[in-house]
Design a protein around this ligand. Structure first.
Ligand code: ZN
Length: 309
């Protein structure tokens, strides 16, 4: 008996070693699965096949910037990409993220933020769109997923329309007529950047990256005239909101004293606790957005007589 064990021991060692080495043959960190219509995952034949059915592309534009202690630096671009992927499972629209970084100079007071200039972001996207046009894509939906890119996205849409063969629309404008209002809990305090809306969306779209236990209520120190406007802003009075956002969240170098590090103790721009967020609220707003996007895409296909899915 003991002789048998001794004789078979090297064999057992070889078998165990074999199993371990098989397990080590692929990246232990790899957790992604192939997602339909997501350009970075597609092969050349798959792109060629896609072009037989659709010439429509959706481009999320996000940011790498601070989102307090509970959300990751990549919140905007990751959530943007995930939303686009969900839409692309319902209709044939190519999801083509071009870059992760956006315009975020007003978050530079918090470690990890990267900010690029508006012109550079515009130029990179224009060149990417020209590449896609060269392959036969013609219709572009620009999905801005970060407030600081709003004007850049608007200009990008216009530049595509003014200077290329492609036709572009802004995602938020496109879905607006189809968007069913989602009842969100009213807040009697400011609740914006990295607040309960964005945290709820993140809990639904990228649950593994939210650390809700790290969320703290922010202490805000706004310039006194903005502080005075706050009750009107919270009530969504249009002029107060317009002026508040024109001045609020701007780079420290402007001297407005409204960069996130000057106004917020945590980087969250709001006094409502992000702990009040929920994945259910994020799902409701995402579902409404996806449904509106589908209706817009169907209508666009109908109006230009293109075969959608
Ligand atoms: Zn954000």
């Amino acid at each position: 008996m003991s002789n048998l064990i001794t004789k078979s021991a090297p064999l057992v060692v070889i078998m165990i070693f074999g199993l371990v080495s098989v397990g080590a043959q692929t990246n232990p960190l790899w957790a992604e699965r192939k997602v339909k219509n997501y350009l970075p995952h597609m092969t050349v034949p798959e792109v060629q096949d896609f072009l037989k059915y659709s010439d429509m592309v959706i481009i999320p534009i996000g940011a790498l910037e601070q989102h307090g202690a509970h959300l990751p630096i990549g919140t905007d671009i990751i959530n943007g990409i995930e939303r686009c992927k969900l839409i692309a499972q319902e209709r044939d629209v190519l999801v083509s993220p071009i870059m992760m970084v956006g315009q975020s100079p007003y978050h530079m007071g918090f470690a990890g933020t990267i900010s690029l200039s508006a012109h550079l972001i515009l130029q990179v996207h224009m060149e990417a769109v020209e590449s896609l046009i060269a392959h036969g894509f013609n219709r572009f939906i620009i999905m801005n997923a970060h407030g600081g890119n709003r004007a850049i996205s608007t200009l990008l849409v216009d530049q595509i329309n003014q200077t290329t063969a492609g036709v572009a629309v802004s995602f938020s404008q496109a879905i607006q007529p189809y968007l069913q209002p989602v009842s969100a809990p009213q807040s009697d305090v400011l609740d914006r950047h990295a607040g309960t809306g964005e945290t709820s969306n993140s809990l639904y779209l990228m649950p593994g990256l939210v650390q809700l236990e790290m969320a703290e209520s922010a202490k805000l120190t706004l310039p006194s005239h903005l502080e005075k406007m706050l009750p009107e802003v919270i009530k969504e009075e249009p002029t107060a909101k317009l002026l508040f956002l024109a001045e609020g969240l701007k780079a420290k170098e402007t001297g407005k004293s409204t960069s996130s590090a000057e106004m917020s103790s945590t980087g969250v721009w709001g006094e409502r606790s992000p702990k009040e967020s929920s994945a259910a609220r994020g799902k409701a707003s995402t579902d409404a957005m996806v449904a509106a996007a589908i209706q817009f895409i169907d209508r666009w296909n109908e109006l230009v007589d293109k075969k959608g899915e």
